[in-house]
Every structure is written in structure tokens, then in C-alpha cells.
Design a protein around this ligand. Structure first.
Ligand code: TNX
Length: 517
């Protein structure tokens, strides 16, 4: 071989190696959040291009729906589009992408198994919900491949590492809350928030629909609640509200992604918007002005009027009829201007009314003074004594410790929006807590975790994203993964990669100095 030909061969080989380096893959090192319960890598590669359809055997109508949703979500993020494909026989295909419902009464409804072999991407679960949770894991792998490089090198080909994941949630309830009252967020904004939290396997979205500054859900029997009570917001902006059809649209959109909407009608305090809309709800018969400030604790429904109880029943009936989910939140927080005996009367009435519609009442921790007799759920936010009292009534607890889980707290003194009454909460502090020991409460009494977002200082959804992301991702892991496996150092490495995904998805996340590599 002459020297020129030899140089050509060397050049050719090095070029080829340059464009396709040997692919090292390790499924165990993928930057998944929440990290699955069990991950075993087999160090080979699955080429994404091999997927031309999402195959399923039609043994369940929900599976077909989920296959269509996967098709939509896959096509939204990949250049090559694929289609859901119904198989006539129940035979596992040799290659491609296959989702399968299996009979397994013992497993949790959100559990799934993901097997990635050289030729086949295979999700198995006993419910469509489990398939969807498993799909979020696949989706994260695809997004990491697309926007990050979770194994320290930019891959030149679109591949996934092979291996197996067996996964199940640690807590049943993994929630986010959005306050649409202090500032209103429209249907499209809420849908985007739903998309973003679904990726991290959050399964409940609690909407704080009413407060002093705005009533945001149409009540047909009390139309002025929205017409007047929904017409402004903190700072005096335009406000807004959901018609019942808008609300149904949100509920349906969320439920397709296996997220349950938990509606909150906050009472008897936090009711200035309602009191301003109907003078007859006030003890003195005088309607106060609409309120656009951010104080709390000054408003209350009147326990001495029959119409108050009629009002509570009407509102709960209409909202319960719009909500297929199990939970109905009645607020109950910071009723600082309500006499305790009046508070108990009204909260007890609301609880009964919720139960009449076959829903489980949920309330902020202050409702411990009411008659809770299970099933009921109490949401912890600041005072452990309230939780101790609640547990004497055999309720379940949702953990939302303000100094850890409140997404409206500023990250540090430099954060331009947000509040700081529970302290600054940086990304590390938001992650470093253990739900199983936080309150000395038995694990069986904890339904789960919720990260509330209060919107006093945020007018636009981009600002919500700035405060919520990336902290909410940490709360999603607290709710799903087993705690012993979680350490900040390990999480931080994964979060750095996930932030590249957030960027790719146009989520306006906060660039924390703690995450600089
Ligand atoms: C406390 S937490 C509140 C809300 C505020 C929030 C601001 C809770 C049940 N009530 O009314 O918006 O602090 O962080």
C-alpha cells in the first residue's frame, strides 16, 4: 500500500470513529428524576430510529387512549413521527416500541416495568396509568438524549442505553398546587404547568380557586362571584375566571395525563371576593370593596345567617359536579377574624356537604378543630401541633412544609419575586428533607407530599416557572423515590442534566448558582 493510500485509510477510519465513537452506555447513570426504585444496565444500545410505531394489543380501551397520547407526546419531541398500532394478536413484537397491560393485582396502580433491549423498548404495567408513568421515564431518557448528555459526552447517534427498570411510587399522593386567585392564570397556562409536572410523575394538581383577591370558578347559582368577584387581582389587574366549560377542559386535559385536579374553595376566611359580590353573605349586610393587597386573615363568612350555609352547599355542589376526582379542598386556613365556634360550625358544614357528594374533604391544618372523622385529609404547612391533633381523628396527612415545599419562597436575598416569611429556600434546602421523619408521623398516616405555589408576587406563568423550577422536581423525587437512595450530591448531578431538558422545553427555570458544574 503506498503512503498516500495508507494515509487515506487512516484518515477514513479516524473520520468514521469520529462520527461514531464506541458507545458507552449505562442506564444506571442516566439523570432520571424521580430516580426509579431499581435500575439495571446491560450496557448495550437501542437505536431510537428503530421505533416506527407504538404497538399495543387491544385488551383495554384505556390502553388505546394512552397509546394515542404517547403517539402525540412522542411526535411532539421527535422529528420522525410514529403512530399507535393495534395488534391483532397478543405477541410481543421482536422490535420497536411495545406497551403491554399485564394481569397483576398485587402491584400498585402506578407501578411499571421498562425493558430496553437491543431491538425492543417495552413498557409493562397493570394499568394504563402505570404505562403512562413508565412512559415518563422513557420520555426523560429521550429528552436527556436530545438536550443533555447524561453520560458526559454528546452522543452522535440517537440511542438509549439498554437495561431494565422496575419502579413504583413511595407515596400515593404527589401534588402541586397553583394559586390562581391572587393572580389568574388562563387555561393554556395551566395546561403547560400540567405538561411540565407530568414529566416528573406528579399525580395531583390542587387549584386554589378562591381567595380574598379573586373568585375564579363560575358558579351558576351565584353568578356575581365571578362577574364581580373575579374582576381583579393583586395589584389591581384584570383578574379573570374559568367558566365551567373551561374548568372541565382543564380537568379532562389533566386526567388524560393521569393528573387529578383537586379544587379548593377556601372558607370561611379568605372570602373577601365572595363577600364583596353578595352583601347578604356579610353579617352586617354591607359588601366590602374588592381587595387587591396581600394581607391575610381579615375576611370571614357569617355563621349567623342561613344563607351562608346555602351558599356553601351550592358552591360545593356545583364544583363537586365538575370534578371527578376523589378530593375536595375546603381551605380553612388563617380564618383569623372568625370566632372559633363559628369556624367549627362552618367547617363542619362544608365537610358534610363535601361528603354528600362522595368526595373526601381536605383542608389546611387549622381544620383540626372541626369534626374530621375519617376519611379526611389534613394538609400540614407550619404547625406540628395541628398535625398531632388531627391524627387523633385518624385522618391522613399531606406534607407541605412551608420552609421546604413552598414554591413562592425566594431562593435567596437576590431573588426579585416571591415572599420570604418562611425563610429563603434554595434548591439544596428544598431537596434536603425527609418526608418519613419530618413530623414523627407514621408512614401509613402520610398520604403524600404537595408543593404549593402562592401567586401574590407573580403575574405571568413564566414567573411561576422561575420559582417552581427546578425546586418542584426535587419534591417530585421526595414523593416518588425511596428516601435512603437520595443524597444532594447524587441529585445535584442529575438535576444539572435535567435543567438542560428544562431549557430545551422552554421552561423559564431559575439558574441556581448551586448547580454550576
Ligand atoms: C400562607 S399556607 C397562606 C396563603 C399565602 C401564603 C404565602 C396557607 C394555608 N395560607 O394564604 O398565600 O402563605 O406564602
Amino acid at each position: 500500500m503506498n503512503i498516500t493510500r495508507m494515509l487515506c485509510v487512516v484518515f477514513f477510519l479516524s473520520f468514521c470513529l469520529g462520527c461514531q465513537p464506541p458507545l458507552k452506555t449505562d442506564l444506571e447513570k442516566e439523570a432520571l428524576i424521580p430516580y426509579p426504585q431499581l435500575v439495571v444496565g446491560t450496557h448495550d444500545t437501542f437505536i431510537i430510529d428503530k421505533v416506527i410505531s407504538i404497538a399495543f394489543y387491544k385488551n383495554h380501551s384505556e390502553l388505546e387512549q394512552v397509546a394515542e397520547l404517547l403517539e402525540e407526546e412522542w411526535n411532539a419531541m421527535n422529528d420522525k413521527s410514529i403512530q399507535a398500532k393495534k395488534l391483532k394478536d397478543r405477541v410481543v413484537p421482536k422490535n420497536g416500541f411495545y406497551i403491554e397491560l399485564i394481569d397483576d393485582n398485587l402491584s400498585h396502580k402506578e407501578s411499571y416495568e421498562l425493558i430496553i433491549s437491543k431491538n425492543l423498548l417495552h413498557i409493562k404495567a397493570s394499568t394504563a396509568e402505570g404505562i403512562y408513568r413508565g412512559w415518563q421515564t422513557v420520555k426523560q431518557l429521550l429528552l436527556l438524549q436530545k438536550y443533555a448528555s447524561s453520560q458526559g459526552e454528546k452522543r452522535s447517534r440517537e440511542i438509549l442505553p439498554t437495561g431494565m427498570i422496575i419502579d413504583t411510587p413511595n407515596y400515593d399522593y404527589r401534588g402541586a398546587m397553583l394559586d390562581v386567585s391572587r393572580h389568574f392564570f388562563g387555561v393554556e397556562d395551566v395546561k403547560k404547568y400540567i405538561d411540565n409536572i407530568a414529566l416528573y410523575k406528579i399525580n395531583h394538581l390542587h387549584l386554589h380557586l378562591t381567595d380574598d383577591q379573586g373568585w375564579r370558578i363560575e358558579i351558576q347559582s351565584w353568578p356575581n362571584l365571578t362577574l364581580h368577584g373575579g374582576s381583579t387581582a393583586v395589584g389591581g389587574g384584570d383578574g379573570g375566571y374559568y367558566t365551567q366549560d373551561d374548568f372541565k377542559d382543564i380537568v379532562e386535559y389533566a386526567s388524560k395525563k393521569f393528573i387529578t385536579i383537586v379544587p379548593e374553595i377556601d372558607l370561611p376566611g379568605h372570602t373577601n371576593a365572595a363577600l364583596s359580590s353578595y352583601p347578604e353573605l356579610n353579617c352586617d349586610g354591607q359588601a366590602p370593596d374588592l381587595y387587591t393587597g396581600i394581607e391575610v386573615g381579615f375576611s370571614s363568612l357569617c355563621a349567623h345567617k342561613k344563607i351562608t350555609f346555602q351558599f356553601i352547599d351550592d358552591v360545593i355542589r356545583e364544583v363537586a359536579n365538575l370534578t371527578p376526582g376523589e378530593y375536595f379542598h375546603i381551605g380553612g386556613d388563617e380564618s383569623l377574624s372568625t370566632k372559633e365556634s363559628d369556624y367549627i360550625l362552618m367547617v363542619n358544614h362544608a365537610i358534610k356537604s363535601v361528603r354528600k357528594h362522595n368526595k373526601t374533604p381536605v383542608g389546611w391544618e387549622e381544620i383540626h378543630v372541626a369534626d374530621l372523622t375519617s376519611p379526611a385529609v389534613v394538609q400540614y404547612w407550619k404547625d406540628q401541633k395541628h398535625i398531632k391533633k388531627s391524627l387523633e381523628q385518624k385522618v391522613k396527612i399531606i406534607l407541605s412544609p412551608a420552609h421546604k415545599a413552598y414554591l413562592d419562597m425566594k431562593y435567596d436575598s437576590l431573588t426579585s419575586i416571591g415572599l420570604k416569611w418562611a425563610g429563603y429556600v434554595n434548591v439544596k434546602q428544598a431537596y434536603e428533607w425527609d418526608p418519613s421523619t419530618l413530623l414523627m408521623v407514621d408512614k401509613k398516616d402520610v398520604l403524600g407530599i404537595e408543593a404549593p405555589f402562592w401567586s401574590e408576587t407573580t403575574e405571568r406563568i413564566g414567573q411561576v416557572e422561575f420559582l417552581a423550577f427546578p425546586r418542584i422536581i426535587g419534591h417530585a423525587e421526595k414523593g416518588w423515590s425511596i428516601n435512603q437512595k437520595q443524597s444532594w450530591d447524587n441529585y445535584k448531578e442529575r438535576l444539572i442534566e435535567q435543567c438542560k431538558v428544562l431549557k430545551g422545553l422552554n421552561i423559564n427555570y431559575y439558574h441556581s448558582p448551586l448547580l454550576i458544574q
